[in-house]
Design a protein around this ligand. Structure first.
Ligand code: MG
Length: 270
């Protein structure tokens, strides 16, 4: 773990740090520009699988945030890369357009319910989840496919309250298959962070995770062993480190991403 001064790669969670829904968080766009102006890099690891990186970059651009596609590390993208790294050709998806588009973009063949076999079943949030999809996923596992979960977020926040997250679909397949996923890609696991490090060519001691959720963002940083910063513009509201359990305890707490950027820029000047 390093000090804020030694950071070269900022891994910023999106929801609750940079944006809220599709609205930018005040000062976030300026903060990102300030960090970049020092020569440091910014990447965006997110558990979201519903949007492709192309779509997400567009949404961020409309919110005034400049985020090139290659800097967006979504679990949908991570899932597609994982399948490719395993040499898989055919996958079955429980998920939305984002997951589908990333798999197709990676050159994978997405099979449908009527196919007989595939290499992997990838499960993420699917707001059109059906019994038919569950039955197909079970069939593929029974025929030897590997069970992959994009993430196990129990719920996700929307403008009108919480809705069921990917964990509900993963649990459905676990219940009927009596299998656990071979891998869970999203935070608090470290796959997104590792993919970002690989893409940016920065070592772990030059990375810093900035997030709003102790149990995912901060836990991912702690699991990897890099600097973690909690900001209070999203889920977490406690200003004292001791308010958080040891395994989710951030190294530093700032009120906003903008404050992180300002302090970082000052330290770099010294
Ligand atoms: Mg968040």
């Amino acid at each position: 773990m390093t000090s804020l001064r030694g950071v070269k790669l900022f891994l910023l969670d999106l929801d609750g740090v940079v944006i809220e829904g599709s609205t930018p968080i005040k000062g976030a766009a300026e903060a990102i520009e300030l960090i970049r102006s020092t020569g440091a890099s910014v990447m965006f690891p997110t558990n979201n699988t519903t949007r492709s990186r192309v779509e997400l970059a567009g949404l961020l651009k409309n919110a005034g945030i400049d985020a090139p596609i290659e800097d967006l590390i979504t679990t949908a993208y991570c899932a597609a890369q994982y399948a490719v790294s395993k040499g898989w050709k055919r996958v079955y998806l429980i998920g939305e357009r984002g997951l589908h588009e990333e798999c197709v973009a990676a050159g994978l063949n997405v099979v449908d319910e009527d196919d007989e076999a595939c290499d992997g079943v990838m499960v993420g949030l699917d707001r059109a989840f059906t019994y038919k999809k569950l039955a197909a996923a079970l069939k593929f596992l029974q025929h030897g496919a590997t069970f992959v979960a994009t993430n196990t977020d129990s719920t996700l926040p929307t403008e009108t309250g919480e809705i069921p997250g990917a964990a509900a679909m993963v649990a459905g397949l676990e219940a009927c298959s009596k299998e656990k996923p071979t891998i869970v890609l999203g935070k608090p696991n470290t796959h997104l962070l590792e993919l970002a490090m690989e893409r940016s060519d920065q070592p772990l001691n030059a990375c810093c995770v900035v997030g709003d959720r102790p149990e995912t963002d901060i836990a991912m940083a702690r699991n990897a062993g890099c600097l973690s910063i909690l900001v209070l513009t999203g889920v977490a509201t406690q200003e004292s480190r001791e308010a958080y359990p040891p395994q989710h305890r951030p190294d530093l707490i700032f009120p906003t991403l903008n404050e992180v950027a300002r302090q970082y820029a000052c330290l770099r000047k010294k």
